[in-house]
Design a protein around this ligand. Structure first.
Ligand code: ADP
Ligand code: MG
Length: 256
């Protein structure tokens, strides 16, 4: 039985999707049977996950509407151990509200995640920004949660809010293992960035922080634009290596 790992944050633009895509690819490269699920109706995962172009990009919404089988919506990627499930297909993205209501109130998402867990070693779920109904529904079915936090001066304002979010998540979902806060976009040598990280380390209890830090790297966005996870396209890049190290650490924890 695998684990469901949710990537969550109240904030947008902190590296959730980048983390979900690269962690999933790093798990798959370790030979773990991996499913990357994008429950965000914006569907950014589709661009960077290395989806194979010879397969139509149907999504979970197409399965919910009865138009496609579960098999149709499990999309193959360039990595043999990685499959992707998107929220919607390209065409039905207009109808977000309907999808969100369906996900928030229905039993389909928990059921799908439970079924995926039985067949995979790990299911990584990318969520929309905020702790809205889709994210909460995901958390209710997840085993573990990881929160990316951008190492930039704005974090001075957002850290207390993020901590309240962690508290909220942990107290409302007792079954969840909190894997930690992941610092992203860290720029060594940038004084503003370094003092922010120092502030975060003072404010956040160390057991809530992951010790792997993701450096700022253009390779991540470049790989995304080229349609591949950076851990596949630029494995020697420092950020790719940090994601591989993180995957190793999380895989060991989840197995132990
Ligand atoms: P979210 O899903 O939280 O909105 P994204 O993963 O989409 O965040 O990241 C937001 C932007 O920041 C994207 O353009 C992405 O390429 C970029 N980005 C994410 N992580 C890094 C990083 N470590 N270094 C440089 N750019 C990054
Ligand atoms: Mg995103």
């Amino acid at each position: 039985m695998g684990k469901v790992l949710a990537i969550v944050s109240q904030k947008g633009g902190v590296g959730k999707t980048t983390t979900a895509v690269n962690l999933a690819a790093a798990f798959a490269r370790r030979g773990m049977k991996t499913l990357l699920v994008d429950v965000d109706p914006q569907g950014s995962v589709r661009f960077g996950a290395g989806l194979r172009k010879d397969h139509p990009t149907y999504g979970f919404a197409d399965y919910l509407s009865g138009e496609r089988t579960l098999r149709d919506v499990l999309l193959p990627t360039t990595l043999p151990w990685l499959r992707v499930m998107l929220a919607g297909s390209v065409t039905d993205l207009a109808d977000h509200t309907n999808y969100q209501e369906q996900i928030a109130s229905g039993e389909q998402l928990p059921r799908m995640l439970a079924a995926a867990k039985e067949r995979c070693d790990i299911v990584v779920v990318d969520t929309p920004p905020g702790l809205g109904p889709v994210t909460r529904r995901t958390l209710a079915s997840a085993d573990r949660v990881l929160i990316p936090l951008q190492a930039e001066p704005l974090a001075l304002q957002t850290t207390p809010q993020i901590l309240r979010g962690v508290q909220d998540i942990v107290t409302t979902h007792e079954h969840l293992v909190f894997d930690g806060i992941l610092l992203t976009m860290y720029e060594a040598g940038n004084p503003a960035c370094e003092s922010t990280v120092q502030y975060i380390r003072e404010k956040v209890p160390s057991h809530l922080m992951l010790d792997v830090v993701i450096p700022r790297s253009p390779a991540l966005a470049e790989a995304f634009a080229a349609g591949q996870p950076a851990v596949v396209r630029s494995p020697a890049d420092a950020a790719s290596q940090a994601y591989v190290n993180l995957a190793t650490k999380l895989a060991e924890r989840a197995a132990g």
